[in-house]
Design a protein around this ligand. Structure first.
Ligand code: ADP
Ligand code: MG
Length: 576
């Protein structure tokens, strides 16, 4: 057992290092804190320079109000802030900072320099801290505003340094942070420089949509429709993509409360709830949601980085947002839901009493058979599906079939996706990475982080069938795509692949990546829920289901069909 010494108050240079662990976990958190300080200082122009993913150097320079000479030494003191004076101020915050710990923490784990000059001062000052807490202040020449330079991050906290990732990953985080802040403040001019090259240069603009358009290509912003709701002092406005555009994850859902970027699972769910069936399974929208509400109705002080909030009435906000999005999307021209003459259809409103949610009885576990769990799978061979009698379709999503003693409910999207996935996989395995050249190569204008990512993944992409060449500033030119892939889907699939790789949500093995690309291809090419299929198309799908080895699960792991036997019905109707 370790023997403990008597209780001691920790020296300040130790407590500051501990606090730094909470606020500063990687270069992007420094960029966030410094940019927010510049905004609090009423800057109208903020420039960010980073080298080596921020690990060697970060500079944030603003034209804000500056710091008085007497306050300069206080900036790096613990709990030193000019933004609040009492706990009451916490309920009416209109600044980003208020805890007074960012600069103190940052200067404890880096080589720190602060230069500043107020308009009313004749000369500027420079404060240097060497990480051991020995500040030196000297006069210096600098224009009005503040410039903070951080170098050698974590030089004295090796454990934390070990957790830093590659330069590309760290820059990816910085780019995301920069975008969060830039999206929240169109009225401020921002620039981001990476290893001395310009990554973003965003002059001040008057509206949110103009800022969004500075950051995204028109091919993406064209899909945005406006969102606007106001109720009980809560104002929500923004832009959400229609069902034509989608992403592989939630990375393009941006939430802001009173111009502060936040992460909130419930609100993110509210956005998705608003879409409900407007998007395919596993596809996510692009959304920029700006919420304005009285500051005393939520608390930002729940987490040191202030990106998580707690709401007084979370349910109200959730409903308001979900409904607002659903209403906005309904205004889009209808594309699906056209009744077909060939197939009998049961609408959602029709009580068709066996769907799980309609059942008046609690479901017994054995009632539904997820077919792949059955011991001997005989589906997908011997013309099994071809022999079924098709009864119709429900909500243009589920195909209803029956055999002599069972009812089958087939998810048309999942089934088609499974069939296509199998087909794509076979053709890949037979003639690995067969490609088709594009008649007109596609130029991909990417963000700096995406650009770097393609560089590191270029060989892998080539093996899958994507041939890419560098094409100037943050652009790649796509010359060929995997054969079998539709040209119109290629760009989307590639962008999804890049985002997944950037977010490191997929493991890095070749076959994982290959399967992911193939399943994304299949997902894009498959018929969707609510697409109207005629009798011939349904029959064709059943035939194709018989051609694949394992037709019971879609590549995303959802079942492709459910089976309800007479025995199951008897249990449900309490006959046994
Ligand atoms: P907080 O932002 O929570 O007050 P910080 O440690 O981030 O704490 O900053 C400490 C203080 O330093 C701020 O309250 C502010 O007075 C001053 N300061 C920091 N950065 C700037 C800047 N860019 N321009 C003017 N003042 C600044
Ligand atoms: Mg601050």
């Amino acid at each position: 057992m370790k023997s403990y010494q008597s209780i001691q108050i920790l020296p300040e240079h130790v407590t500051r290092k501990i606090a730094a662990g909470e606020v500063i976990d990687r270069p992007s958190s420094i960029v966030k804190e410094l940019m927010e300080n510049s905004i609090d200082a009423h800057a109208t122009k903020i420039e960010v320079f980073v080298t080596n993913g921020g690990m060697s150097n970060i500079i944030v320079q603003d034209n804000g109000i500056g710091i008085s000479q007497q306050d300069i030494p206080l900036t790096i003191e613990k709990n030193a802030t000019s933004k609040i004076t009492s706990d009451e101020d916490l309920t009416k915050l209109d600044t980003f900072g208020f805890r007074g710990e960012a600069l103190s923490s940052i200067s404890a784990v880096s080589k720190f320099q602060l230069q500043t000059k107020r308009k009313e001062d004749n000369e500027g000052s420079i404060l240097k801290v060497d990480g051991e807490g020995n500040p030196v202040i000297e006069p210096t020449g600098i224009k009005d505003g503040t410039r903070i330079q951080i170098s050698n991050l974590f030089f004295n906290t090796p454990a934390r340094k070990k957790f830093l990732r590659s330069k590309t990953t760290e820059f990816g985080h910085i780019e995301k942070t920069f975008k969060k802040i830039a999206l929240a403040h169109p009225e401020i001019s921002f620039s981001l420089y990476k290893d001395e090259a310009v990554s973003f240069q965003l002059p001040a603009v008057a509206t949110d949509i103009e800022r969004i358009k500075q950051l995204y290509p028109t091919s993406m912003t064209d899909s945005l429709t406006p969102l606007s709701i106001e109720r009980n002092g809560i104002n929500i406005h923004g832009f959400v993509s229609n069902s034509q555009a989608s992403f592989s994850g939630t990375q393009e859902i941006w939430l802001f409360i009173n111009r502060r970027w936040i992460t909130d699972r419930a609100l993110q769910k509210a956005v998705l709830e608003g879409y409900r069936t407007a998007l395919m399974e596993h596809r996510y929208p692009m959304a920029f949601v700006y919420i304005d509400m009285p500051p005393d109705e939520f608390d930002v002080n729940v987490h040191p980085t202030k990106s998580e909030v707690r709401f007084e009435k979370p349910q109200d906000l959730f409903k308001l947002l979900a409904q607002g999005i659903a209403t906005g999307l309904r205004k889009e021209p209808a594309r699906h839901f056209v009744p077909s003459s060939n197939t009998p259809t049961f609408n959602r409103s029709t009580t068709f009493g066996f769907a799980q949610s309609y059942s008046p009885y609690p479901m017994q576990k054995s009632s539904w058979v997820a077919p792949a769990q059955e011991a001997q799978t005989t589906y997908g061979s011997n013309g099994f599906f071809t022999q079924l009698e098709c009864l119709g379709s429900l909500d243009h999503t589920y195909i209803l079939c029956r055999s002599e003693d069972s009812l089958f409910i087939i998810d048309q999207h999942a089934a088609h996706e499974r069939v296509l996935f199998d087909q794509f996989k076979k053709s890949f395995e037979n003639k690995k990475a067969s490609q088709q050249n594009l008649l007109i190569p596609i130029t991909l204008q990417l963000s700096p982080a995406q650009f770097e990512c393609v560089k590191t993944q270029q060989n892998l992409l080539k093996e899958i069938g994507f041939d890419l060449d560098e094409f100037g500033d943050n652009a790649w030119i796509l010359r060929s795509i995997p054969s079998g892939m539709k040209e119109k889907h290629a760009q989307q699939i590639l962008l999804d692949f890049i985002d997944d790789a950037l977010n490191e949500i997929k493991s890095k093995t070749f076959s994982d990546h290959q399967d992911h690309v193939l399943s994304t291809m299949a997902c894009h090419a498959a018929v969707r829920a609510h697409d109207v299929l005629n009798g011939d198309e349904i029959r064709h799908l059943l035939i194709r289901m018989d051609e694949v080895d394992l037709s019971s699960y879609c590549p995303h792991g959802r079942p492709t069909f459910l089976k309800l036997t007479i025995e199951n019905l008897e249990i449900l109707f309490k006959r046994v």
